[in-house]
Structure formats: C-alpha cells, structure tokens
Write a protein that binds this ligand. Structure first.
Ligand code: AVI
Length: 331
C-alpha cells in the first residue's frame, strides 16, 4: 500500500497539536463561547478519545444510524458495487472507522488501481481507515487531515480524468446548519464533473423518544462524548473546566427539526481558558451548546441537494430505523 499524505498541513489533529492548529482551536473556542447562547465548536469533539467514544456510540442499540446504514449498504451491495466499479477515484468525507467503505469496496475493486481519498479531521480515524486497505496493493490511499471543504479542494486539484464517487455517510450532513449544508453541497459539486456520483446518508425525523434515547443513552456514552470536549479544552488550551460541574443534555427541537447536545452548568462558576485569553462566568443552569443533528424528511434530502447541480438517481430507505441513502449524479 502506498500511503500519500495530503500536501496541505494538518489542522485540528486528534492529538494535541502545537503551533497554528492550537491557535485556531483557541480562536474558535473564544469566538463560540462569547456567542449567545454560549457554544463550543462541534468538530473538536473528535480527539482520540472522542473518536473512540463515537465509535462505541455507533454500537449502542439506541443509536441506529450506523447499523441502519451498514444494513442498507449490504442490502444494496449489488448496484452499489457496480457503481464503485465505474469509478477511478473514491472520496470518503468523515471516514470514521472505514468499516463501511471497506465493505463497499471489498467486492468491487478486485485488482483494479483506484485512488482512495480519505478526509477527516481526526488522525485516529484516518489511520484506522487507511489500515483497512493494506491488503489492496493497487489502492492508493490519500489522507487529508482537513475539514471537508479543504479536503475536497485538494481532491479537485489532484484527481484523474476518470469518474469520482464522493461518499458522505453516517448522517454527518446533520451536523451542518441549512446554509452550511448548501455551501457544502456546492463544494462537492465544484469538485465533481458531470456524471460523477455523490452518495449521501441522512437520518430521518422519528419519534422524539427514540431520538432522546439515541442522544442521551442509558449507558452514558454520549454524555462522556460530550463532556470530553471540556477535557480536551482543559488539556490543549490550559483551561480549568470542572468536568463534574456540567451535565449532558439532549433536546429535540421540532421547529428546527434537530437534536441538540448541551453541557449545562450545575452551579455558578468561573472558568479560565488560558490560550483563548478568556475568563468565563457561567451561571447555574446555563447551557453551552455543543452540537446540532438535523433530521430530515425523505423528499427534503433531494430538494436540498438537487439545486446545487445534482440529479437524484436512487434513494434507498431503512423504514424501521428511519434512515435514507440517496445517490446523486452531477449534472
Ligand atoms: C457524527 N454525527 C453525525 C453524530 C450525530 O448523530 O450527529 C455525532 C453524535 N452526536 C451524538 N451522538 C452521535
């Protein structure tokens, strides 16, 4: 296997980075915490421990996204593999553990040469996914430890003349607000040529009780995943958050069609974040908003993506889990 590192320097790595990335982190934390309501940037949930906790969340019986998507990919393996066979490059944005990608590609590539672009902010996720392809000598793995849009620009500059398939799975799209999602789809389209493919996994609206169990699970893994963001800020930015002084809260906002995760202060407290030059006065019951996970209607997925220069080709549904995989072709 030939592992090629992206030529652009890494940002927001899983381990404590020094220099520029720490400054970016400090700047973003400062800017988010000064908003009303206070926020912390979602993408920093994924340090090494955060990525591991997220992998564990995906195995929880109450968090159905990962298994529903895995089942859909297996159920529709025949048409999906023939699509993979028609491509010379595949890009996965937010590759996680790479299990789905490996399953999708295993039966499709044979001995063919293929460029595989992995884009993720987490060094852990990239390493894990890349290692799955060590048995495929003709798969050239390109790691882009970047945010999606930066990774896509790199791919656009380096791709060959063949067809590209972009995978955006796991309902990662749900972590974007509507305007961010629209800008993201436009970037995918800019990286694509007519005939290229885009496979999008998206979680659908479902009963509130199911959503609350998925985002506030009885084992407390999601709470740990959320609170680990404070642990990271303490470690990397020299802050003194008392992690036991915050409670995990998951809320369903039907008007916005999204789940939200918050860290709610258990008392009045003062927090110092040295690298962000910030002294924070948080009051009893005050929330810090850490994540939004939008849930969609089936048709809405198409109406969001098509105006950005794509045409819907297929939509596969897991009805019991309320999850959809939609395949688009660039126009
Ligand atoms: C990665 N992302 C799509 C997950 C989600 O469902 O929004 C992250 C997550 N947050 C809480 N549990 C899982």
């Amino acid at each position: 296997m030939r592992v090629v590192r992206s030529s652009v320097s890494s940002r927001r790595s899983g381990t404590a980075p020094i220099g520029q990335p720490t400054r970016d982190f400090a700047r973003e934390v400062r800017e988010h915490l000064r908003r009303t309501p206070r926020q912390l940037p979602t993408s920093y949930l994924y340090d090494e421990l955060g990525s591991t906790l997220f992998e564990a969340i995906c195995r929880l019986p109450w968090y159905r996204i990962w298994r529903a998507e895995q089942a859909l990919l297996a159920r529709h393996a025949f048409p999906l593999r023939s699509l993979v066979r028609s491509c010379s490059s595949i890009a996965e944005l937010g590759c996680g553990s790479g299990e789905k990608l490996a399953a999708l590609m295993a039966g499709a590539i044979g001995g063919r040469a293929i460029d595989l672009h992995l884009v993720d902010v987490s060094a852990t996720a990239l390493a894990l996914t890349a290692s799955r392809f060590s048995g495929f000598p003709r798969v050239r793995v390109h790691r882009h430890q970047q945010v999606y849009t930066e990774g896509l620009s790199q791919i656009g500059l380096n791709r060959d003349a063949g067809r590209l398939l972009v995978l955006f799975l796991g309902s990662n799209v749900g972590n974007f607000h509507a305007s961010e999602a629209e800008a993201f789809f436009r970037t995918v389209r800019r990286t694509s040529r007519p005939g290229d493919l885009f496979l999008l996994g998206a979680d659908l609206v479902k009963p509130e009780k199911d959503l609350l169990l998925a985002y506030d699970d009885p084992l407390g893994l999601t709470a740990a995943f959320n609170k680990n963001l404070l642990v990271r800020v303490n470690r990397e930015l020299g802050a003194d958050f008392d992690v036991t002084g915050f409670a995990h809260r998951a809320v369903w906002r039907p008007d916005a069609s999204r789940m939200e995760m918050h860290l709610v202060s258990a008392r009045d407290q003062i927090v110092r974040i040295r690298a962000a030059r910030l002294v924070l006065r948080v009051t009893d019951g005050e929330p810090i908003w850490t994540e939004s996970s939008y849930k969609y209607k089936r048709r809405q997925i198409v109406t969001m993506v098509e105006p950005q220069g794509f045409a819907r080709r297929e939509q596969w549904m897991d009805e019991p889990a309320r999850y959809a995989l939609t395949l688009f072709e660039a126009r």
